[in-house]
Design a protein around this ligand. Structure first.
Ligand SMILES: Nc1nc2c(ncn2[C@@H]2O[C@H](COP(=O)(O)OP(=O)(O)OP(=O)(O)O)[C@@H](O)[C@H]2O)c(=O)[nH]1
Ligand SMILES: [Zn+2]
Length: 291
C-alpha cells in the first residue's frame, strides 16, 4: 500500500515528509529517482521508502559557487523576497532574485522589513519605485518594536509562498509573526530529523492553513544566478519583451548594438533605466559564470 505526502525537508539522501493521512515521517531516497525537493508531492511505500516524485509545476533555485543551478524548492505560487535597510542588499540582489523567479514563471513580491528604520533613498532602494511602477508588489513590514506585517498575511493566504532573503533581514522574525506556534513546529521537525543532523542547507515547508504553505529557506549572504544563455536571462526582465521584438538583431544583447529598441526604450523612459543598467550588469556577470 502506498501513501501520499508532501516533502517538508530534503538533504543529502534523506528527507522528511508530511503524510496526507498521518504524521511527519523520515524517508530515504534511492539514487535512481529524481532528487525530491521541499514542496514536492511524493508517494512512499508502507515502509516509508520513496517510490515516486510526482511531476512538479516549477522549481526555484540559485547558482552554486561553480555557476550551476541548484534547486531549492518546488511547486511554488510566489517568491517573497525579503530585504531590509540593515543589512543592506548588494546592488543587484533584488534584480537577481526577481530574475530567478521570473525565469521559472514564479510571481515575486518584495518585502521591505524593518520599516522602523529609515529607508536609504540611494543604492538598491532607489530602484524600488521603478519596480513598483512595473507592477511588482512591494510591502513594508516591521517585526520590532511591535510587529506590523501590513497586508502580508493576506498575500500569503493561498498556495505555496517561498520566503527568501539575506541573512539578518528578519526572515525568522517574520516567520514567527506569521506562524505563532513556530517553536513547537521546529521542535517536532528536529525530533524527526534527528539530533546533530546538518539540515542548514534545506528549505522547510510549514503548512499554515488547509490551502497555504510557507517555505522558509536558509538565509544566504548573496543570491547568485547560474550560467544560462542570454535568452533565458531575458525572461528575468519580462518588461523588455515587447521592445526586444523590435531590435534589429534577433540575438541582440541590448547593449551597444545598432537598432536596439530596448536601449532606446530605456533612454526615453519607456522602461526604467535602472532595469536596463541591471540587465547589463547581470549579462556581464554571466560571462564570469560561463567559465
Ligand atoms: N529594527 C528592527 N529589527 C528587526 C526587525 N525584524 C527583525 N529584526 C532584528 O534583525 C535581526 C535578525 O533577525 P532574524 O529574524 O534572526 O533574521 P533572519 O533573516 O532570520 O536571519 P538568519 O537567521 O541569519 O537567516 C534580529 O536582531 C532581529 O531582532 C524589524 O522589523 N526592525
Ligand atoms: Zn536590443
Amino acid at each position: 500500500m502506498s501513501q501520499a505526502g508532501l516533502v517538508v525537508r530534503a538533504w543529502a539522501n534523506r528527507g522528511i515528509a508530511q503524510l496526507d493521512q498521518g504524521p511527519l515521517v523520515p524517508f530515504h531516497f534511492p539514487r535512481r529517482l529524481i532528487r525530491p525537493l521541499p514542496g514536492d508531492r511524493i508517494m512512499l511505500d508502507a515502509q516509508d521508502s520513496l517510490i515516486e516524485v510526482l511531476p512538479r509545476k516549477n522549481e526555484f533555485g540559485r547558482g552554486d559557487a561553480r555557476g550551476r543551478f541548484r534547486a531549492v524548492a518546488a511547486n511554488l505560487d510566489r517568491a517573497v523576497i525579503v530585504i531590509a535597510p540593515e543589512p543592506a542588499p548588494s546592488p543587484d540582489l533584488i534584480h537577481r532574485y526577481l530574475a530567478g523567479a521570473a525565469i521559472h514563471g514564479i510571481e515575486a513580491l518584495v518585502v521591505v522589513n524593518k520599516a522602523d528604520l529609515a529607508l536609504p533613498e540611494t543604492g538598491p532602494f532607489a530602484d524600488l519605485k521603478d519596480l513598483d511602477a512595473l507592477g511588482y508588489r512591494i510591502v513594508h513590514t516591521r517585526c520590532k518594536p511591535a510587529a506590523d506585517l501590513a497586508e502580508l498575511p493576506d498575500l500569503l493566504g493561498t498556495g505555496a509562498s517561498l520566503l527568501t532573503g539575506q541573512s539578518g533581514v528578519g526572515k525568522t522574525s517574520l516567520l514567527n509573526a506569521l506562524i505563532p506556534d513556530l517553536d513547537e513546529r521546529t521542535g517536532a521537525l528536529s525530533q524527526v530529523t534527528g539530533k546533530g543532523t546538518h539540515t542548514t542547507t534545506t528549505a522547510t515547508v510549514y503548512p499554515v492553513s488547509e490551502n497555504a504553505v510557507i517555505i522558509d529557506t536558509p538565509g544566504v549572504w548573496e543570491y547568485s544566478l547560474w550560467a544560462m544563455p542570454p535568452a533565458e536571462l531575458q525572461r528575468g526582465f519580462p518588461e523588455f519583451a515587447p521592445h526586444a521584438a523590435r531590435c534589429r538583431f534577433r540575438d541582440c544583447r541590448h547593449d551597444s548594438e545598432p537598432g536596439c529598441a530596448v536601449r532606446v526604450a530605456a533612454e526615453n523612459g519607456e522602461i526604467p533605466a535602472s532595469r536596463h543598467a541591471a540587465w547589463l550588469r547581470l549579462l556581464a556577470e554571466q560571462r564570469r559564470l560561463q567559465r
